[in-house]
Design a protein. Structure first.
Length: 394
């Protein structure tokens, strides 16, 4: 599997950002990231979100009937959190138990180390593969030092696994469509809320074999969970999912960190029909953006931006740390930009994405990021230039 090549126009006589300037940005992000990690660890234990996943894995083996019992979930986490173990249900579909179940057999700290180590390595490996070779280390640094990546690593979130699977799938969409679809299908079976636009992307890109691969990948994961854990956890998950969604979108300590426009709707006080129209409008924008990008270009940067950006526009909820999914596409665009206008647009997009990693600012920053990114890719498309690597399969 060969690494993506850089088009000749990416080495234009109009140079992009210098290595020194981008390394200075990475250094600044490192300082911000260290401060964020210190702040987070002063108020809660390391890998606190993985605690919920690990607890679900243990409960699926010992007390599967209580897996989606919110009160039981809280009690099972009290050994580490004490009285702070409140409102911490297991929200993931039973398909995730194929991973969390085995991890639940280990001690929490051993399981957490394996989890975050393995998913980080996978994410870094995939993102390094799609980055321009001469700026690979720099690109990985910019991605992994972003606030969203720091939040996800310290919390022990699953976003790195999702990113590795989905980015790998998009990178192989043309050359190995069945493999690509399978990766996307597995990722969607793990957390469908951040990959809502995957079917749109494959359909718009005319990748019928990829759609078949996605169906097979998702089916195998779901079938595996049915064989190992039975059907009851699926019935339980379907019954409590609306309750979990209603709770997380109404509680200020949660919805202030929602990066999807649905969180912004709650903060603006939108209710009823107005709220529904708001969400449907952004979902349709996500569909249109994804379809147009995957129909018109094979280039990886806009495709990654459209897939994850469109999904975040459409999803009922996604948290601020999930903006790290947008970072690889944004960094590819940033480090290969040429021309003054293009560099300015992509720098502003990257800055907005950095801000999106912070609570209370995520939803607005996401919309700003997508606006700058779309203008950047559109202006470059109209000029007939491509300042970012194409897909590995193009």
């Amino acid at each position: 599997m060969a690494a993506p090549s850089i088009p000749s126009k990416a080495t234009s006589t109009k140079p992009g950002f210098t290595q020194a300037s981008l390394w200075s940005v990475a250094g600044s992000l490192a300082l911000v990231g260290a401060a964020l990690a210190a702040f987070k660890l002063r108020s809660q234990p390391l890998w606190i979100d993985f605690l919920t996943m690990w607890t679900g894995g243990r409960m699926a083996r010992g007390t599967p009937h209580a897996l989606y019992d919110f009160a039981a979930d809280d009690r099972a986490q009290a050994w580490l959190l004490g009285a702070a173990a409140r409102d911490r249900p297991f929200p993931y579909p039973p398909s995730t138990l194929l991973i969390f179940g085995p991890l639940g057999r280990l001690s929490f700290w051993a399981a957490g180390g394996i989890w975050i180590g393995a998913t980080l390595i996978a994410f870094v490996a995939v993102t390094a593969f799609i980055l321009p070779p001469r700026r690979r280390v720099l690109g990985v640094a910019l991605i992994m030092l972003s606030p969203a990546a720091v939040w996800a690593a310290v919390s022990g979130q699953c976003v790195f696994l999702l990113g590795a699977l989905a980015i790998g799938g998009i990178a192989q969409l043309r050359q190995r469509p069945i493999l690509a679809g399978s990766l996307l299908g597995v990722a969607a079976a793990f957390k469908p809320s951040v990959l809502l636009m995957a079917p749109v992307a494959m359909a718009a890109g005319r990748r019928g074999w990829a759609i078949l691969g996605a169906a097979l990948g998702g089916f195998c994961v779901i079938a595996g969970s049915l064989v190992v854990y039975g059907a009851q956890p699926w019935f339980d998950w379907v019954s409590v999912a609306p309750l979990y969604l209603a709770h997380i979108t109404r509680d200020p300590k949660f919805y202030s960190s929602i990066i999807a426009p649905s969180g912004l709707a709650t903060e603006l006080g939108l209710t009823g029909v107005t709220s529904m129209l708001w969400r449907v409008t952004f979902a349709l924008l996500g569909v249109v953006m994804t379809a147009l990008v995957f129909r018109r270009t094979q280039d990886l940067a806009p495709r990654l931006t459209a897939l994850f950006g469109g999904s975040l526009l459409a999803t009922p909820y996604a948290m601020n740390y999930e903006s790290v999914l947008l970072a690889p596409g944004a960094v590819i665009a940033l480090i290969t930009s040429t021309g003054v206008r293009q560099r300015l647009l992509r720098a502003m997009a990257f800055l907005a994405l950095v801000v999106a990693g912070f609570p209370n600012l995520g939803a607005t920053a996401l919309l700003v990021f997508l606006a700058f990114a779309v203008f950047s890719f559109r202006s470059e498309h109209e000029a007939g230039a491509r300042g970012y690597p194409p897909s590995v399969c193009s």
